[in-house]
Write a protein of this length. Structure first.
Length: 421
């Protein structure tokens, strides 16, 4: 039952009939251990795909996700009444839960950019990340002890959800499904409205600039969701892009791995990477921050570079729609020396699967088309691309630049790249 204090924030419902059988089973097991709130991408996509919040965006996303071969995302869960550490102990003792897991429960303790202990469960259909509102409260009380102007006691679920939502990346990722009542609570009051209107902004009450200074990768996430769903960036976010760029530049210098992790997620086929790349050079120079001086030729002609990727993306989706290609777009894997050979580099048109590495190499070959070999290697090093991947990118470019490309012997990837550039 949703507490009275939540009722003004209830904005929608996600009835059990909209959950898959596997999702319902997983949620029921968790509810047997503690009160459960589900948040993040699962709630967002359920609202888009199973309700009338924004039918056009939901249908477009379902089509894109299916064609690209992107599986359902993980479940982000908040529990209440028990700490994550104690919940982890309960999970280890629960035989019915353990029998359903692919591997034993683990707990990742709070450290660095992970503010709270997180319990990780791996079920056959979903991975589940679980944090505790009690741990959120402990952190908030510690912060309050340093700020004499605050007198909030954070006793209620309402105040805890409100505080938690303020530190998420965008408003529509800060909605919470009460698994018992099936009601969706939107503490910021903006999340569902922004889904309806196709708008991206941060939920931080002090504004986007403060949110970006708190965690700079939120800027890249805002770009990623705007690109994925073909949404627009809210005016206040556009005004604060400079603050986000400065924070991102500082973070890249200190911890490039975090920035590159977000970048590589955004460049996966299902996320609309050409539009994401367009955002990197719109009202900011984030493209220069990430690619560095070696990509000067690319950055100086950024609209043309983005145009090549856009044509490439369109070609891939046309092939997928016609059934000429297949795709998997789950997560960035990286090419290993002893890994799976690139299917699109073999002169065999029966090999039509475009997996994440194949797409990444095509995308980089198109984006960095104007780079010389030494520049390509430097950019590859900056982006932490493996040597086999950089080598494949270079080979694709060299073969696509040939004056004559054989229809019989040239690899499919070469034809696709040549048509895009």
């Amino acid at each position: 039952m949703v507490a009275a204090a939540h009722r003004n924030a209830i904005c929608h419902s996600l009835p059990r009939s909209s959950w898959s059988q596997a999702e319902a089973g997983a949620i029921d097991v968790l509810r047997s251990l503690a009160p459960v709130w589900i948040t993040g991408g699962w709630v967002r996509d359920k609202l888009l795909e199973t309700s009338d919040v924004n039918r056009a965006a939901g249908k477009q996303w379902q089509t894109k996700r299916t064609l690209a071969g992107h599986p359902p995302g993980d479940l982000d869960v908040m529990i209440h009444g028990i700490t994550a550490a104690d919940f982890y102990k309960s999970c280890r003792k629960n035989e019915s839960l353990r029998s359903a897991l692919r591997s034993p429960p683990i707990i990742v303790q709070a450290r660095g950019n992970r503010p709270f202990d997180t319990v990780k469960l791996r079920l056959p259909e979903h991975d589940i990340d679980i944090t505790s509102l009690l741990d959120v409260r402990e952190k908030l009380l510690l912060e309050r002890s340093r700020d004499s102007s605050s007198n909030e006691d954070f006793q209620s679920e309402t105040s805890l959800l409100q505080a938690d939502s303020a530190h998420r990346d965008v408003t529509f990722n800060a909605c919470y499904l009460d698994a018992s009542s099936e009601d969706v609570v939107d503490p910021s009051g903006l999340g569902v409205t922004d889904l309806v209107h196709g708008r991206v902004r941060t939920p931080h009450p002090a504004g986007c600039a403060v949110s970006f200074r708190e965690d700079a990768v939120r800027l890249l996430r805002a770009f990623r969701f705007a690109a994925r769903y073909d949404f627009k960036l809210e005016a206040g976010l556009l005004d604060d892009i400079g603050e986000g760029e400065n924070a991102l530049s500082k973070l890249f210098a200190e911890s490039p791995g975090r920035v590159l992790h977000e970048l590589k997620k955004a460049l996966l086929l299902h996320n609309g990477p050409s539009r994401f790349l367009e955002f990197l050079g719109t009202g900011c120079e984030v493209h220069h921050v990430i690619l560095g001086p070696a990509a000067g030729r690319t950055v100086s002609t950024w609209p043309a570079a983005v145009g090549r990727v856009r044509r490439l993306e369109a070609l891939l989706f046309e092939g997928l729609r016609r059934g000429l290609l297949t795709s998997r777009s789950e997560h960035w894997r990286g090419r290993r020396q002893d890994g799976t050979p690139p299917a699109l580099m073999a002169p065999d048109w029966r090999k039509k699967g475009v997996w994440e590495n194949d797409w990444a190499e095509l995308l980089m070959a198109a984006l960095l088309w104007r780079c010389k070999m030494d520049e390509l290697e430097e950019v590859g090093s900056r982006l932490q691309l493996s040597k086999p991947m950089v080598s494949n990118i270079s080979k694709l470019q060299a073969l696509a630049r040939q004056e004559f490309i054989s229809a019989q012997s040239a690899p499919p990837g070469v034809h696709i790249l040549h048509a895009a550039v």
